[in-house]
Design a protein around this ligand. Structure first.
Ligand code: IPE
Ligand code: IPE
Ligand code: MG
Length: 247
């Protein structure tokens, strides 16, 4: 697939852990643990395929509504991931960033482990791994709008000067390019508040595969799907040219 267009930014909604566990008669946290092992595989697979940016939806702002015990387990798993992957991510030259709110809602141990990972990988240049942790797309847009409004009130920006770029600068994803390809496992066909601004023109790939059953084949199928799309960004197919429409 060497000459096929590769997405510069893959955004991954890893869904289906709970159902995976339930169909095996296991408690939901077992599904999350099995899922965490697949996160490692996904990062490696994207690194090896030279995907420049991978964003993982690990915990949404809406996921706080889950039972407390499940939330605690998810936070523990996020901390373990940050600790256990630290050395390999440093060695691979992966830069880790967090999109989402690292505020006091996130347990201090999880925050510290994540912040350490972010700091220690800051010079990585081979790939960017964005962890969407306590992330909500609408909330991120609201906080960016607040920052823009504050600038306007301070006289640094006129309302008529506000454009997409002014807003982008204050999104937690400001250091990332737009998402080119959103992959969601677990069979649901929705975004669940993931990157509403940044995935505006993304190709969407949905698979029935539950996240703990993820394998490299899932990524390769998604990449093959992506390579078959003609991205038009509002233009006509003719403007884009026939060549890109070929499978
Ligand atoms: C995704 O799996 C993991 C997170 C939301 C953190 P789910 O826990 O949502 O799994 P299902 O959708 O209930 O199967
Ligand atoms: C989306 O999955 C959030 C993450 C993968 C972190 P959910 O399972 O929470 O989404 P809904 O509730 O089905 O929309
Ligand atoms: Mg789910």
């Amino acid at each position: 697939m060497n000459d096929r267009p590769l997405p510069q930014h893959i955004a991954l909604i890893l869904d289906g852990n709970g159902r995976w566990a339930q169909t095996r008669g296991l408690p939901r946290p077992k599904g999350h643990e099995a899922g965490a092992r697949k996160v490692r595989l996904a990062v490696r697979a994207c690194h090896e395929r030279k995907i420049p940016v991978l964003t993982l939806y690990a915990f949404s702002a809406a996921n706080w509504s889950r039972p407390e015990e499940e939330v605690d387990n998810l936070m523990r798993i996020c901390r373990e991931f940050a600790e256990e992957e630290h050395d390999e991510l440093v060695a691979r030259g992966v830069r880790v960033v967090v999109v989402g709110d690292m505020d006091e809602d996130v347990p201090a141990v999880t925050r510290r482990a994540t912040e350490r990972l972010v700091e220690d990988t800051a010079n990585g240049t081979s790939m960017t791994l964005a962890l969407a942790l306590n992330y909500g797309g609408r909330r991120d847009m609201v906080s960016a709008m607040r920052a823009v409004a504050a600038q306007a009130r301070a006289g640094l920006l006129l309302p008529e000067e506000i454009d997409e770029r002014s807003l982008r600068r204050f999104l937690s994803t400001s250091s990332l390019p737009d998402a080119d390809l959103v992959i969601r496992t677990g069979g649901e066909q929705r975004l669940s508040d993931f990157l509403p601004f940044e995935a505006a023109f993304a190709e969407l790939y949905f698979t029935e595969t539950l996240w703990p059953d993820f394998s490299e084949a899932t990524i390769d199928e998604a990449l093959a799907f992506y390579a078959r799309r003609q991205r038009r960004f509002g233009r006509t197919g003719e403007q884009i040219g026939r060549a890109t429409a070929q499978v």
